[in-house]
Design a protein around this ligand. Structure first.
Ligand code: 5GP
Ligand code: ZN
Length: 114
């Protein structure tokens, strides 16, 4: 998707604070962090949102969640935990239409969200 911000980050056209990259996944710090730890893990493949996830993409999302867990641990969240969030479409508060998992940690987080 040529107009997708996260595809542009994947292609290196927009800078990001990258913390992990392999052939299918990318993780980078959120530009507007809501917690001491706040990063995003995305597939390099442009999947718009959870509602458009195909069954064939479920292994990829499993690897994405596992990488999110590993990185959360590396950033100090293993003991106290973190929140792993995927917003979806308007009611879910999604603002970038390229599926991504937020990882928030480093402080206690309120629940439920507003
Ligand atoms: P959503 O609301 O779609 O779940 O989350 C999108 C997230 O992407 C937001 O937390 C926002 O701060 C972050 N974001 C938007 N544009 C950029 C960008 O260009 N660079 C980085 N690092 N994060 C971004
Ligand atoms: Zn994209």
């Amino acid at each position: 998707m040529s107009d997708c911000i996260f595809c542009k980050i994947v292609k290196g056209e927009i800078p990001a604070g990258k913390i992990y990259e392999d052939e299918e996944l990318l993780a980078f710090h959120d530009v507007n962090p809501q917690a001491p730890v706040h990063f995003l893990v995305i597939p390099k493949k442009h999947i718009p949102d959870v509602m458009k996830l195909g069954r064939e993409e479920t292994p990829l999302l499993g690897r994405l969640l596992y990488k999110a867990q590993e990185l959360a641990a590396e950033l100090g969240c293993a003991e106290k935990g973190a929140r792993f969030v995927i917003n979806c479409k308007a009611d879910g508060g999604q603002t970038v239409d390229h599926i991504h998992c937020h990882v928030l940690g480093g402080r206690p987080l309120d629940w439920p969200p507003g």
